[in-house]
Design a protein around this ligand. Structure first.
Ligand code: KG4
Ligand code: ZN
Length: 364
């Protein structure tokens, strides 16, 4: 069972081929990725229209590259999985349109995959795949959620952010420090030179007793601190130049302190979720899962609590086609994929907003 996967929900075009035969853990046969980061950097964030147009330019050459890597013809593909949502509508339409066209041409089914299900299952492609059930900490640019995962398509939301996502907190703080988009990796690099105890930033909802997050206040606290350090008299929206008067050491100290605040909240809430569910396995997925401090502190805390932590391979933490092909394959294996899409005339309707918990309702 060979599944071609196409990811185009945001600023990465990803294509991959996965072998999901029988009930074996799926195997990655080839993958290719084009990141649009450089293109969007000039604007300080993702420009949706430019993203869609670039997906159109990249998706077929990437598909050819993946098939060449695997040494297989397009006709060998048994099903085409694509990201149906959530994400940017125009960007999603590129992947779904191409997937349906390929499916129609091949006479093979298409599978609309939930982007977060892709992230959530991505550690199954690692050398140390998890076993169900587990708690998942999903931390990306658009989402921060704790889920209980009992199997493919069986997801229970335990807690989520009530405002900004963890990745957004990294990105917005980085912007205030004048760092390039996407801010997460840049901020964590700068933080290596800083003192995490230099500034005391809030740990929002840390003692709320539930498993929800809130990160919006953090960016205001960072803005206030940066202004204080710069003696800036600026009102209104922050500019990229606000941090200019700060010394390199001050910027590094702010970066280290804000990273410490985000990571502490993520670690403590993950452990709370494990205690509440009684589960002893944690899966960390999404772009922020690449953060070295998060990995270090989760590793320590989970070792003390006797919990095993599973991560996707580092290159599969951020958006990619492999996780979409994988999720499509695991859905087929679990008997959940709408493998009759062919009979629906390859109609595609993307879902820019799509709660992950809806998948559980659909599979009940
Ligand atoms: O999962 P992802 O690639 O895309 C979404 O689905 O949103 O996550 C992107 C997010 C961005 O906010 C980025 O800044 C953050 O992940 N990120 C990081 C790191 N690498 C990526 N945040 C902190 N530390 C990192 N090393
Ligand atoms: Zn993502």
């Amino acid at each position: 069972m060979l599944i071609l996967g196409i990811e185009s929900s945001c600023d990465e075009t990803g294509v991959a081929l996965v072998d999901a035969s029988g009930h074996a853990t799926p195997r990655l046969l080839g993958q290719a990725l084009h990141s649009q980061i450089e293109m969007h950097q000039a604007y300080g964030g993702v420009v949706p229209e430019l993203a869609s147009r670039d997906h159109i330019r990249r998706v077929l050459p990437l598909t050819d590259a993946v098939l060449a890597q695997a040494g297989l013809p397009l006709s060998a593909v048994d099903a085409v999985a694509y990201t149906r949502g959530p994400g940017l509508a125009g960007a999603l339409l590129v992947g779904s349109g191409v997937a349906c066209a390929l499916g129609f041409a091949l006479g093979k089914p298409v599978i609309g995959v939930h982007h977060l299900e892709g992230h959530l299952l991505s550690p199954f492609l690692s050398a140390d795949p998890p076993e169900f059930p587990f708690v998942a900490l999903l931390v990306s640019g658009g989402h921060s959620q704790l889920m209980r995962v009992d199997g493919v398509g069986r997801y229970e939301l335990l807690g989520e952010t009530i405002d900004d996502a963890a990745g957004e907190a990294f990105d917005k703080s980085a912007k205030l420090l004048g760092l390039p988009y996407p801010g997460g990796p840049a901020l964590s690099r700068l933080a290596q030179q800083g003192d995490p105890l230099a500034y005391k930033f809030p740990r929002p909802l840390l003692h709320s007793g539930d498993l929800d997050f809130s990160f919006a206040g953090l960016k205001t606290a960072v803005l206030t601190q940066v202004k204080r350090l710069a003696h800036a008299q600026l009102d209104g929206p922050a500019t990229l130049h606000l941090a200019d008067p700060l010394s390199a050491q001050q910027k590094a100290d702010v970066a280290a302190s804000v990273q410490a605040a985000i990571v502490e909240v993520l670690v403590k809430k993950s452990l709370m979720a494990l205690r509440q569910t009684g589960l002893r396995r944690l899966v960390v997925a999404g772009g922020v899962g690449a953060n070295a401090l998060l990995r270090e502190q989760l590793g320590d805390a989970c070792a003390r609590a006797g919990v095993r932590v599973h991560y996707p391979e580092l290159h599969l933490c951020t958006d990619n086609g492999a996780m979409i092909a994988l999720a499509g394959g695991m859905r087929v294996q679990a008997g959940l994929a709408q493998a009759d899409a062919a009979s629906e005339g390859y109609r595609f309707d993307v879902k820019p907003r799509w709660p992950l918990a809806d998948l559980s309702a659909a599979s009940r």
